[in-house]
Structures are given as C-alpha cells and as structure tokens.
Write a protein that binds this ligand. Structure first.
Ligand code: KG4
Ligand code: ZN
Length: 365
C-alpha cells in the first residue's frame, strides 16, 4: 500500500485582547510531535487610534476589532492559499484582557466555527506569549524558566511542559510594561511608551539619575516578586525638582535630561528583571530562560540577559521580534501545542465566555 501523505492540521488563531487585532494560521502534522509552523499572519495595530487619548480606550478598541477581524481573516487565508473550510480548528483569546475586546474575537471565532462546523478552543493570552519562542528558528526545549513581561503582567514561571506552569514570582503592583508606559507618559513620549522610551534611552546616560531597584536588596532580596510602582514615583519626584509641573512633569526640562531619565529608567527596570531571572534560574537549577511578552522586545534587556546568561552557561530564547507583542500567531500556536500535547479539548459547543481576569498557573490545576 502506498503511504498516505501526512495530514496537516490547520489552526486559525484570533487575538483581540487589547489594542491589536491579530489573525494567523499555524499548521502541524497530525500525530507528529514536530513543532507547528506559522503559515500566514496579519495584524492591525490600533496605536494610532488610541494615541490621541494617551492610552487604550476600551470601547474604541472593541469597535475597531469588529471592523478589522474579518478582513484580516480573509487576508490571512488568501496569503495561505486556503479556503475557510480548510481550517480544522479556530482558536481565540479567551482572556485575560479587556472584556469587550475579548468578546469580539471570541464571538467571531465561535460564529465562524459554527458556520463551518469546526471546533473552537479558547486560549490563555499569556500562554500564547510564553510559547511563542517555539515558532522561532532556535526553539527552546522543556523545562525552562520563563520571564513573562507584558503591559499587564510581570511573572517568573517554571515551565515543565505545555500546561505545566508553576508561578515563582510576580509583580505586586505595576507590570514592567506599565512602568515603561507610565514613565514615558511623564516624559512626554506618548503611547505606547515602551518602544519610545527605549529609543530615547539610546541617547541618554543610564547612570544620570539614581532610581530605586525595588526588592533587589535588603530582607526581600531573595524574593522572586517584583515591584515597579516606586520607580514611577521616583521619576516624578526628580522631574518636579528639575522644574516640571504636576500637569506637565517634563515641561521646561532639556531634551538631554529627558533622554538621561529615559536611560536611567530603562536601566532600573532591566536590572531588576535580569537580577530576578538569574535568581529564579539559580533557585531552580535550570539552565534555560525564555523571555516573552512585549517588553521582551527591549534591546537593552536582551543585551543584558545575553551577557549575564552567557557568563553562567544559561541558554536564552526570545520570540522573533515581530511576535513579542500581541499577535494571532501566538494564539494559534498555543492551541496547536495544546492539541499536540493532548492537553486541550476543542469543542463544538459555541456558547462562549471570556475571562478578563485569568490566572495562568490555575489553567490546568
Ligand atoms: O505583550 P504586549 O504586546 O501586550 C500585553 O499583553 O500587555 O506588551 C505591551 C507592552 C507595553 O507596555 C509596551 O510599552 C511594551 O510592551 N513594549 C516595550 C517595548 N516594546 C513593547 N517596552 C520596552 N521596550 C520595548 N522595545
Ligand atoms: Zn500580550
């Protein structure tokens, strides 16, 4: 008997948890453990729309997801040379995120799946970030320590496999991305602040201002938790001392001083992230680190982690730069890896719900 060609399982992923509409197709061979590959993806960022407001306006985000999600799906399927009926599974971000924004992706995914008689799977957004390095040219292997740094979360996890996540530490107040964004806003850099602050920091002196490194020293030095709220206050205090006002903290301050503050802020955030990641590696005895989430795109963080980890013989993995921030590929990939690992139950029950607040460590508990 001639051998049948391997059957490809194609997963359509839809991400709509915040200010990016992402759609992608990821494929893997049925019955094989070979890593899924990205077939096609498309993304629409709402940054321009929210910029005028200095942050994400949830109602506008939801409406824009509605406008974008079907055209993006058509574009992705066209790029992949697929018809809708070629899709085997539709995955969507079930949470965490903005409730209205999540409902758009979930609603569209379930309606499309129902019309096509295909199963659906709700995916945890952070699991998507966490697993994205498996799409890179240099994918990690389990077990590893994951540093998850996004706009809403900062967590260190021990990852022993798909769905096997142990929370080791997390921020007790602001997330790292939030610290970038809030400081950037004070410095007059607009939204989203992380990339803008990082760009300006290349022209500044990281040692110009002494900013706090919370939980790095003293009796809480051993904790794997983070705290970034004090950093924001310290920057604020410096700016007011330099002549800024409560309404416009950066007003009247020279461009070089603002660049120095950006560099000093970035240095403080990255030093804390690197220090705690190394502590987690040491405490666990693991020699592999995976960095995921939007802040993982930060060049300075990558450089410092590379240097520190190389010194200790630790391997570091990052997602492709374009897949660090929110996208549909990470959602399709997480669904594909879960199905491959036998840790998902896609369903034809299309009565969906979303989980705006959802703890990753509790997923498979
Ligand atoms: O993962 P993500 O796209 O969305 C969430 O799930 O939150 O992360 C967005 C966050 C924002 O806070 C943004 O400012 C930050 O990632 N970010 C960066 C950089 N690129 C994105 N922060 C520092 N440096 C960057 N290059
Ligand atoms: Zn995200």
């Amino acid at each position: 008997m001639p051998e049948l060609p391997p059957r490809l399982i194609r997963v359509l992923g839809i991400e709509s948890s915040c200010d990016e509409t992402g759609v992608a197709v990821v494929a893997f061979e049925a019955g094989s453990q070979a890593l899924p590959r990205l077939v096609a993806q498309a993304l629409h960022s709402q940054i321009d729309m929210h910029q005028a407001y200095g942050g994400v306006v949830p109602e506008l985000a939801s409406r824009d997801h509605i406008r974008r999600v079907l055209p993006l799906t058509t574009q992705v399927l066209d790029d992949a040379g697929l018809r809708r009926s070629d899709i085997d599974l539709i995955a969507y971000t079930r949470g965490p995120g903005l409730a209205g924004a999540l409902l758009v992706g979930a609603g569209v995914a379930c309606a499309m799946a129902m019309a096509l008689d295909k199963p659906v799977l709700g995916v945890h957004h952070l699991e998507g970030h966490l697993l994205t390095p498996f799409l890179s040219v240099d994918p990690p292997s389990f077990p590893f320590i994951a540093l998850l740094v996004s706009g809403g979360h900062t967590q260190l996890m021990r990852v022993d496999g798909v769905g096997r996540y142990e929370l080791l530490g997390e921020t007790i107040d602001d997330a790292a991305g939030e610290a970038f964004d809030k400081t950037a806003k004070m410095l007059g850099l607009g939204y989203p602040g992380g990339p803008a602050l990082a760009k300006l920091a290349t022209r500044g002196d990281p040692q110009a201002f002494k900013l706090p490194r919370p939980l790095l020293t003293g009796d809480r030095a051993a904790t794997l938790d983070f705290s970034f709220a004090g950093l924001k206050t310290a920057v604020w205090t410096h700016l007011l001392k330099l002549g800024g006002t409560a309404d416009a903290p950066h007003a009247g301050i020279t461009a070089q001083t603002i660049a120095d503050m950006a560099a000093s802020t970035q240095a403080a955030i990255t030093e804390v992230l690197v220090n705690k990641s190394l502590k987690a590696l040491k405490a666990s005895g693991l020699e592999r680190l995976v960095v995921a989430g939007g802040v993982g795109a930060n060049r300075s963080l990558r450089d410092q982690l590379d240097t520190a980890c190389a010194r200790r013989g630790v391997l570091v993995h990052y997602p492709e730069l374009a897949l660090c921030t929110d996208n549909g590929a990470m959602i399709a990939l997480a669904a594909a890896l879960r199905v491959q690992a036998g840790r998902a139950t896609p369903t034809r029950d299309y009565a969906f719900d979303v989980k705006p607040r959802w703890d990753l460590a509790s997923l498979d508990a």
